[in-house]
Design a protein around this ligand. Structure first.
Ligand SMILES: [Zn+2]
Length: 158
């Protein structure tokens, strides 16, 4: 069960969550947008592919990714694969808690955002045309990432 720290008013917690979203040295949106740059016109004119801004809060000795499920639902990938990838990248343990993911330790929000961008680059983005419209296919023992926009494939290690 998730409990707000009782001595801290909700508004301050929200302000802190918002502050965590302003990145000076790491621009989540522009990195994701870059995934759109080289896509053929007829595809890029479809609704823009965006991930919700992660809402990340430090709570005691834990870090809470408040809208984990919401972010992952936009990725069209197995949520547990994304979750395990983030844990590995952060080198920590954690737990799922309803729509949230909880990580052990006080982890800067930008590190978590970076793992999401890394995931997108590794497992979603086409390396040829940068479209995010991709899916996994099996070929013998290899898993390939196949792009629905340009048809390119590349091997991925799941
Ligand atoms: Zn492609």
């Amino acid at each position: 069960m998730y409990v707000e720290e009782p001595d801290e008013p909700l508004q301050r917690l929200q302000e802190r969550a918002i502050q965590g979203n302003t990145m000076s040295d790491f621009d989540y949106e522009s990195l994701l947008d870059r995934a759109r740059e080289n896509i053929p016109q007829e595809i890029s004119s479809r609704s823009r592919w965006r991930l919700p801004e992660p809402q990340i809060m430090i709570e005691g000795q834990n870090t809470i990714f408040r809208n984990f499920n919401e972010v992952v639902s936009m990725m069209d990938r197995d949520d547990n694969h994304v979750y395990q990838y983030i844990l590995n990248e952060l080198g920590t343990s954690g737990s799922r808690d309803g729509p949230r993911a909880r990580f052990k330790g006080r982890i800067p929000p930008k590190r978590i955002k970076k793992t999401i961008v890394n995931y997108v680059n590794s497992f979603i983005k086409c390396s040829q045309c940068s479209a995010p419209d991709t899916h996994f296919i099996k070929q013998d023992r290899t898993t390939l990432l196949k792009c629905q926009a340009c048809g390119a494939t590349r091997p991925v290690k799941l």
